[in-house]
Design a protein around this ligand. Structure first.
Ligand code: ZN
Length: 502
């Protein structure tokens, strides 16, 4: 579902020595990373952001982005200085209204030294003025900004924010967002949440977007281009906004036939996962050449190629399922990716079951039977896959097998109680795989550590004695005649596996 993107594992050593007054001896620099073992440079330590206000201007012809970002934050320690993650050039930084010193370290660290040290608990207003061409920013040799003939798009995982705004770029630091973007008349700027207003003046149109629930930086999105926008309301009054590039060619019909069903899919997912967690729903399709989709909050990103073989509602199910599993409840560290992808993939299996195109059990049996024991698929541990395998197919398919094994072990009543209870218990927060195991054990009232160890952590094809009642537990050797037939939904689900398309 996502493109894999590696950030260099080693941070440039911070060697800047600061003259700290004796009276401020307890003040120390915030860490240049938030502490994620997969991505040591991601995020920063020492403060927490509660709100981003981004006021931007973008010129599609030249790819020039100019912006002023205002961050509301709180110091979490006595801070002598702190970092933000940003790849664009900075002209001025103010902290609580006063000019601050700033310097660049490595490819994405903006080191900010405020005029006076910041006491733990102090409210911070951080203003960063910046400009540049996002397509020219390379971090780890890579760009998350996709240029299109009529603009550009920021939608990438695990990082995309550094290409368009300064942030504490890790899911552990979520915040609300106001994104205001001025673009030449005739273009549109698409972002997350609700379009509060738009107005035109002197040839430029400004779009004001608001995402009013906690949102991880990588789930913030921006797309500028020429779009056709459709709007509606769900039965419960949630605003729906979809945007289609005017340049989708032959994929246009299939894209609309898929994404216009977002309301129906959201309604069905509410039955499985509980109330929808955000203030808007929708999707957008820019005219990019990539092939993946991404669960950008309230408004997933879809590549046109997802619809090359006709409508694919399964990908819509996957990205909207992430609104509960991934966006509202986010990973603690990126090694917890199974809590996102195992369940987003499993939701596609449940949709197939509901549509009569193959039950989740049949899909699980098919995956199990078509992956021989020697397939490297079984060496990937969905519970801690490593950064280079974070978006491996095994995280999705073996990850969903683990969910089916849980369902077989605890029965449908407890299973669906878990599916609905988890997004409520950890709403708008972060959670680890181990938190899920504990939660499932509590709801089911039985130990499940062995089952999850078998399906998430053993680097081999499970024989699964813990799920002895299920067909996948018996495996092919136990029932050699039972060669699973490919479920009808299989091909559409497989078309959403666009994770290897570098
Ligand atoms: Zn996904």
């Amino acid at each position: 579902m996502h493109r894999r993107h590696l950030v260099p594992g080693v941070l440039a050593a911070a060697t800047v020595l600061l003259a700290i007054p004796a009276s401020a001896a307890s003040f120390s620099p915030g860490a240049p990373g938030i502490g994620d073992p997969y991505y040591p440079a991601s995020g920063n330590g020492g403060y927490d952001v509660s709100h981003y206000d981004l006021r931007l201007k973008y010129q599609p012809k030249t790819d020039l982005l100019e912006g002023t970002a205002t961050l509301n934050a709180t110091a979490k320690q006595d801070l002598s200085r702190f970092n933000l993650d940003l790849g664009l050039a900075v002209s001025e930084v103010r902290v609580n209204g006063r000019l601050a010193k700033f310097a660049r370290e490595g490819e994405q660290e903006l080191v900010i030294t405020p005029a006076t040290p910041l006491q733990k608990g102090k409210s911070l207003s951080i203003v960063v003025r910046y400009a540049g061409k996002p397509s020219e920013v390379r971090i780890g040799g890579y760009t998350a900004w996709a240029r299109t003939p009529d603009g550009g798009v920021a939608a990438q995982e695990p990082e995309s924010a550094a290409w368009w705004f300064p942030s504490n770029d890790h899911p552990l630091d979520k915040a609300t967002y106001d994104v205001s973007v001025s673009v030449p008349d005739g273009h549109q700027a698409i972002s997350n949440g609700v379009l509060q207003s738009q107005s035109s003046k002197l040839g430029w149109t400004r779009f004001n977007w608001r995402s009013n629930k906690p949102q991880a930086p990588y789930l913030a999105t921006l797309a500028v281009g020429k779009f056709d926008i459709t709007t509606d309301k769900t039965a419960s009054g949630l605003p729906v906004l979809n945007a289609y590039s005017k340049d989708l060619g032959d994929n246009d019909g299939a894209a609309r036939a898929s994404i216009e069903r977002s309301t129906e899919v959201t309604e069905w997912l509410e039955g499985v996962f509980g109330p929808y967690p955000f203030n808007a729903v929708g999707g957008y399709v820019p005219n990019v050449t990539s092939g993946f989709a991404l669960e950008t909050q309230t408004r997933p990103f879809y590549s046109p190629r997802q619809f090359a073989n006709g409508a694919n509602v399964s990908v819509v199910v996957h990205e909207l399922a992430h609104q509960w599993y991934g966006d509202s409840v986010s990973v603690h560290h990126w090694k917890d990716i199974w809590v996102n992808e195992g369940f987003a993939r499993y939701s596609q299996w449940l949709w197939s079951e509901k549509e009569g195109e193959g039950t989740a059990q049949e899909l699980a049996d098919y995956v199990y039977a078509t992956r021989p024991a020697e397939d490297p698929f079984w060496q990937v541990k969905p519970g801690d896959p490593g950064p280079d395998k974070q978006f491996d197919i095994a995280v999705y398919d073996r990850g969903a097998l683990a969910v089916q094994a849980l369902r077989n072990e605890v029965g449908d009543d407890a299973f669906f109680e878990i599916l609905k209870g988890w997004p409520k218990k950890y709403a708008y927060g972060n959670a680890k795989v181990s938190d899920f195991v504990k939660y499932a054990e509590k709801v089911a009232g039985k130990p499940l550590a062995e089952l999850f160890d078998t399906w998430l952590y053993e680097p081999s094809k499970p024989a699964a004695p813990a799920a002895a009642e299920s067909r996948i537990a018996r495996g092919l050797s136990a029932s050699p005649a039972a060669k699973p037939v490919q479920p009808k939904s299989w091909k559409k689900i497989a078309e959403t596996n666009t994770i290897h398309d570098h």
